[in-house]
Structure formats: structure tokens, C-alpha cells
Design a protein around this ligand. Structure first.
Ligand code: SF4
Length: 254
């Protein structure tokens, strides 16, 4: 086990024990999260992405650069071994059967931002045999890389390709390690968790903060006055593969 990961586990274990009054962690339960001081709280977190704003920034990678640095995501040059939390994908592949003649004319020719949809009905959670992935009450689909046994059932179950598997040791491909977030090891799955560690500190997701044109809006769908709800009321939005019944919490303004 690498030093960074070992230190993180030790620190998390000590703090969790202190916070829970030495309550033992049941083997079939996800780990408890620590009580934060000024967290952002919500009942159903969601993201609205304005594709027109995003696509005006041709070649911009500010969001993925920020996300991948903050979360120690390795930059692996072999395509089939890539690890990605947020990336750009061809519109037609991301939104099959969503084209119609009135859609923004050049949209189908462009790439769109994609990441975990934080699905309301996540098939990845249903298939995980160790509860390494689970859905929180606020809708975030969590991932405990320490509990993951690398079976990759979740990778197969996710219909959006939002999960990555570490085929090798990722450490050699991390450009600069962020000491405030754990690294992973060979044989575990990882994905976006809506920056739950930043929300716990009262911070917005790193991608939202990094976007130079404010194309990404994060907020609580259960709050009628939230900015995400205003956008959904006033703008035309689509979601990825809505017919699958996963009920994604990522919306795209087109
Ligand atoms: Fe799970 Fe994939 Fe949905 Fe994310 S997008 S919650 S990984 S099924």
C-alpha cells in the first residue's frame, strides 16, 4: 500500500472512530462520513450544463483539468486504460436518438461534457457485491475505493461509461499529487462523486468553480428557488439516455 493511501486510511479511521464514539463499523455498511463544519447541504443535488456556453470555449479543458488534479486522476496515454472523471464525448454518442431538425444546427457535430449522472436509480449500485458504491440521501452516488474488489460489475452496469478501472498502478501517471485527496491503486474502480469532499467543506464542485464561462450550474433540485430549478423552468434541457429509467441528475441546455 502506498504511503499517501495508508496515511489517509489511518487518519480517516482515527477521526471516524472519534466522531462515532468508537462505534464499530458493520461490515455491510458504507463508511460513515465525518461531520463537517460548514457543508453545502441539499436533498437532490444536480447539475445543469449550458452546452452553448461550453462549446464557445473551443478546446477548453479547465473543468477536467481542475477535477483531475483535485482528485489525483491519472493521465494514462493508452486509450483503453484511460481513467476519467469528466471528459468530452461526441454528441451523437452521448445522446443517441436525441437529434431532431430543430436542434441547434451544429450541435450534433460537437463534443459535449460527460461524467457520472448521479442517477436516481443507479444500476451500478444494484450490482456492487461489496457496497463499495452506494447512493446517499442527497442523491450522490458514492464510491469507496478501499472497499472495491475490482470485480467491475458496476463498469458493465453503467450505461454511460462513467466508471473507470485502474488496470495498472495509477501513480506513475499522476502529474502532480494533491496531498489532500487519496490516490488509488491497481485493480479498483473510480468515478466522479460530485466533489462530495468539497461540498462537505462548503465548496462547489471543482469543475463548476473552474469553468471560465460559468457553463455549469450546481444546486438542489428539491429547492424551488435554486438556480438549477430556475434554469430547468426557463430553458430547454435534455438528459442522457432518459429511456433507460436511470433518471440522471445531469441536465444539458441545448
Ligand atoms: Fe452509476 Fe453510471 Fe449512473 Fe453514475 S452514470 S450513477 S456510474 S449508472
Amino acid at each position: 500500500m502506498d504511503k499517501t493511501r495508508r496515511s489517509f486510511i489511518q487518519l480517516a479511521g482515527i477521526t471516524a472512530l472519534a466522531a462515532s464514539g468508537s462505534k464499530a463499523l458493520a461490515a455491510d455498511q458504507p463508511p460513515e462520513t465525518l461531520p463537517p463544519e460548514n457543508p453545502l447541504t441539499g436533498n437532490r443535488w444536480a447539475m445543469v450544463i449550458d452546452l452553448k456556453k461550453c462549446q464557445k470555449q473551443n478546446g477548453c479543458t479547465a473543468c477536467s483539468d481542475a477535477c483531475h488534479y483535485v482528485h489525483n486522476v491519472p493521465d494514462i496515454p493508452i486509450e483503453r486504460q484511460e481513467v476519467k472523471w469528466i471528459w468530452k464525448e461526441d454528441f451523437k454518442a452521448a445522446f443517441p436518438n436525441q437529434e431532431h431538425e430543430y436542434l441547434q444546427r451544429d450541435l450534433p457535430e460537437k463534443d459535449v461534457l460527460v461524467f457520472c449522472n448521479q442517477c436516481e436509480n443507479p444500476p451500478c449500485v444494484r450490482v456492487c457485491p461489496t457496497k463499495a458504491t452506494w447512493k446517499r440521501e442527497d442523491g450522490i452516488v458514492m464510491m469507496d475505493m478501499h472497499r472495491c474488489i475490482g470485480c467491475r460489475y458496476c463498469v458493465v452496469a453503467c450505461p454511460y461509461g462513467s466508471r473507470s478501472f485502474n488496470w495498472g498502478d495509477p501513480h506513475d501517471h499522476i502529474r502532480k499529487i494533491n496531498p489532500h485527496y487519496p490516490t488509488r491503486k491497481k485493480g479498483v474502480v473510480e468515478k466522479c462523486t460530485f466533489c462530495e469532499e468539497r461540498l462537505a467543506k462548503g465548496l462547489l464542485p471543482a469543475c463548476v468553480e473552474a469553468c471560465p464561462v460559468k457553463a455549469m450550474t450546481f444546486g438542489d433540485l428539491s429547492d424551488d428557488n435554486s438556480e438549477v430549478r430556475r434554469l430547468l423552468r426557463e430553458r430547454y434541457t435534455i438528459r442522457r439516455k432518459p429511456g433507460l429509467g436511470t433518471n440522471p441528475n445531469i441536465y444539458y441546455i441545448v
